[in-house]
Ligand binder design. Structure first.
Ligand code: ATP
Ligand code: MG
Length: 532
């Protein structure tokens, strides 16, 4: 008995329950925690989650013992979490009962919570930096990474456990210990040039590979032949291009829909270049840019004397496009009387020049584009329904730039290259701060807007890098960032105005522009809030 008394000094609770579920022994710690005593039956105690899966019942049924999650056993008698384990006792090969051990694990669980929170926090930090970051162990296997790294390396797949050197097609020994531009080849982007640094962790238990994309990132693509090059790496646009490629070789008409500046012209040219008509003409006509009275003769041509000034026969765009592609941009602007003539062309592949009686045959593939909702124009009776359906045999929606932000770094680099050459500058890239601003912006004017921003920045840049100060105000004082800083409607207008004014050194016309109000309104508000 002396021996068992010793067990009362343990901080672990010890209980012996015999095979009939009678509690034979309880040490002091277990008594304190559970308030049970020897001689009691544990049948109706239901102290633990574990009682639902009673090891004795389990043994009687299956002749083996169940497994438990040690740390998280909840007691029903108090809010304590305990760590629980048990051992079966056999005498002369016969099962006689179980010895149970319980230990208060409230503290351990609190530590686990803290560690979990810290882990979440460090993930948040990792995901907020512009660099792509990958942590590897000493064998070069990935043990942690941020979202940017995932996007640049594999996009969708969890890369934990993978070999970094295989993912970037580079021996880790060749990675620079001081930041340097290198070329890596990733499954998601092919060959890209990155500014990278590979640092050993202080603990010596692995290293961090940190990198971001720099110009020349389109190494794996063909050299730019002209300005109609289509840069994309985003999955949504790759999908669009797949559809475009599939339809390119048929002669079906294609309708390209999408906001202004999304690249409908570029895509139309791409379809033409992918088709067997590529060696024939690609003729473009912008229905919005030509006055209605000239549009007909531009499209269908005319014969001498058709109207005053028609001194000789002239073929129209339709004829010029014979064998090739006719690209009708801004088709929503086509006047109704020309809509019927176009329908006739599409249905019968024939047309008449203005003032002519002779019907001519042509073989053209029509691609039309619009940034309007054509179906709405049909509903309003402004666009012929039959023509609408003829044009949109295949309709492709070109996604807005904000729906494919992964393309932004690549487009930036492409435009830097393009305009550096044009303006004879030697811009190497964009500063991290400017990249962050460029990535945060929503581009209502899409790629055209981004292109204009970069062209302007290339002209303005004083050094080798485009800095935040080379970007226009709407990007630098991005209303979205202001909104993220809780400067939206819900907070006081006065605070918002103050914050904006401070950010532009109290330049009132700049502030008015950012706040999207005119100067007079700003003055009125400043007076109202006693700021002047
Ligand atoms: N994927 C791309 N890669 C490179 N440049 C692009 C890309 N998409 C668009 N651009 C460039 O952006 C500008 C706008 O493109 P585009 O003229 O094709 O847009 P759009 O959709 O036809 O616009 P709108 O509706 O206003 O006519 C052009 O200078 C074009 O070269
Ligand atoms: Mg266009």
């Amino acid at each position: 008995m002396m021996d068992l008394d010793l067990l009362d000094n343990l901080s672990t609770g010890v209980i012996f329950v015999d095979k009939n579920k009678e509690i034979k022994y309880v040490n002091k710690t277990a008594k304190d925690i559970l308030n049970i005593k020897e001689g009691q039956s544990c049948k109706n105690l239901k102290m633990f989650d574990i009682c639902k899966k009673c090891p004795i019942d389990y043994y009687n049924k299956h002749s083996t013992f169940p497994e438990f999650d040690d740390f998280n056993i909840t007691l029903s008698c108090c809010s304590k979490k305990v760590c629980y384990s048990f051992k079966p006792v056999f005498e002369n090969g016969e099962f006689t009962g179980i010895i149970e051990e319980i230990r208060d694990s409230t503290k351990v669980n609190q530590y686990i919570e803290i560690i979990k929170k810290e882990k979440e926090f460090s993930h948040l930090i990792l995901d907020s930096v512009i660099d792509a970051i990958v942590v590897v162990d000493n064998q070069g296997k990935i043990i942690n990474y941020n979202q940017n790294a995932k996007n640049l390396l594999c996009r969708e797949v969890d890369i934990k456990g993978m070999d970094l050197s295989l993912l970037i097609k580079k021996d880790l020994k060749e990675l620079p210990s001081l930041r340097e531009d290198i070329v890596i080849e990733t499954p998601a982007y092919g060959k890209i040039k990155v500014s990278a640094v590979f640092t050993r962790l202080k603990s010596g238990e692995g290293s961090i590979f940190s990198f971001y994309v720099v110009p020349d990132c389109m190494l794996s693509q063909e050299p730019a032949s002209n300005k109609s090059r289509l840069i994309t790496k985003s999955s949504i646009m790759t999908y669009v291009l797949d559809i475009a490629k599939t339809v390119a070789d048929t002669s079906v008409n294609v309708l390209l829909e999408g906001e202004s500046g999304t690249g409908k012209n570029v895509l139309a040219k791409y379809i033409h270049n992918q088709s067997s008509r590529r060696d024939k003409p690609f003729i473009k006509i912008n229905c919005a840019a030509i006055p209605d009275n000239l549009l007909e003769s531009e499209l269908f041509g005319y014969v001498k004397g058709a109207f005053t000034g028609a001194v000789k026969d002239k073929p129209g765009k339709v004829e010029l496009a014979d064998g090739g592609t006719l690209f009708l941009d801004e088709i929503g602007e086509l006047p109704t009387y020309l809509q019927s003539k176009l329908l006739h062309l599409i249905q019968d592949k024939e047309f008449e020049r203005l003032g002519d009686t002779k019907t001519r045959k042509v073989d053209v593939r029509i691609i039309a584009a619009t940034n309007k909702d054509l179906s709405q124009l049909v509903k309003e009776g402004k666009f012929r329904e039959d023509l609408y359906y003829r044009l949109k045999v295949i309709s492709i929606k070109v996604p807005a730039l904000r729906e494919r932000k992964e393309d932004i770094p690549f487009l930036i680099n492409y435009f830097i290259d393009l305009y550096s050459k044009q303006y004879n500058k030697h811009i190497k890239g964009v500063s991290p701060e400017a990249v962050r601003l460029l990535l945060d912006y929503d581009y209502p004017g899409n790629i055209r807007e981004l292109e204009n921003i970069i062209e302007r920045a290339v002209i303005l840049a004083k050094g080798k890098f485009i800095e935040a100060s080379d970007l226009p105000d709407e990007i630098v004082y991005n209303t979205k960032i202001l909104a993220q800083n809780n400067l939206d409607e819900e907070i006081d207008e006065k605070q918002k105005i103050l914050r904006v004014l401070e950010s532009v050194n109290w330049n009132k016309s700049k502030a008015a522009k950012i706040l999207n109000i005119d100067r007079v309104t700003l003055w009125r508000k400043l007076k109202k809030y006693g700021l002047v």
